[in-house]
Design a protein around this ligand. Structure first.
Ligand SMILES: C[S@@+](CC[C@H](N)C(=O)[O-])C[C@H]1O[C@@H](n2cnc3c(N)ncnc32)[C@H](O)[C@@H]1O
Length: 231
């Protein structure tokens, strides 16, 4: 076991089973018709902040991993109208909703959304200039987080940017509530990983360039913009 694997194996799991992707897929499939309510209430401010502090320019090849019902995805397409914007989500119903919505809103844009597991993505190496992923790493085991960050690195071009949004961990009362929610419905809530992910990102050959905290109502988020190091 190398140092990184050892660090991950020591992460607190708060009752999260090692593999629960199948349950996560079912839960998010069921919630697809109403999930946008939660995104608009708790995630939209962090989405906007991520777009403000990253280096997204029109004409880029952009991937969003875990689109959910597509609120951030539509922002990305709007900012990148003459580039290509691809989305993936584990839940086929989330991916289908996002695909329908984006195709009717932006018929002239190059954009697609498919049901894909972030842990093994069907894209060639260095296919993207930017990868975005908001509020998904919480739902993966430590090992899967490391594997998925490895996938982000693989599909990004040299010096490409990775933009992550994580649930913040700086508010003890919120953390206590989250621990309870995560025990009750682990496949939906997962557990907080914000304090540990930066170390893992840097150990995976990225350099964190920007780091911002956002609060929407009582819900804290952390936005990280990391650059893939040159080979
Ligand atoms: C908390 S929601 C976040 C949705 C959206 N990114 C947002 O900011 O509102 C988590 C999303 O991650 C997706 N997801 C969970 N595990 C995944 C995986 N292994 N691969 C791809 N998507 C995954 C779920 O289906 C769900 O849509």
């Amino acid at each position: 076991m190398n140092k990184l694997e050892y660090t991950i194996s020591a992460w607190p799991i708060n009752g999260l089973p090692a593999t629960l992707a199948e349950r996560t897929r079912r839960v998010y499939d069921r919630l697809a018709p109403v999930y946008s309510i939660s995104t608009n209430l708790f995630h939209s401010r962090a989405h906007r902040r991520a777009l403000e502090i990253c280096d997204l320019a029109d004409g880029m090849r952009v991937l969003e991993v875990a689109t959910g019902s597509g609120e951030m995805f539509r922002r990305l397409v709007r900012t990148n109208p003459s580039g290509s914007t691809l989305g993936v989500d584990l839940s086929p119903k989330m991916a289908r909703r996002t695909q329908h919505r984006v195709q009717s809103e932006f018929p002239a844009c190059m954009t697609q959304c498919h049901a894909v597991d972030a842990r093994h993505m069907p894209f060639r190496d260095a296919a993207f200039d930017s990868v975005f992923c908001c509020y998904m790493l919480e739902l993966l085991s430590g090992e899967d987080i490391a594997r998925t960050i490895g996938e982000f690195r693989r599909v990004l071009r040299r010096r490409g940017q990775l933009v992550l949004v994580l649930i913040g961990q700086k508010t003890p009362a919120f953390n206590a509530l989250y621990r309870v929610a995560g025990k009750v419905a682990p496949a939906f809530w997962g557990r907080q990983v914000e304090e540990r992910v930066p170390e893992l990102v840097e150990a995976s050959d990225f350099h964190i360039e920007r780091d911002a905290q956002v609060r929407q109502t009582f819900y804290p988020s952390r936005v990280l913009v990391a650059r893939k190091n040159g080979d």
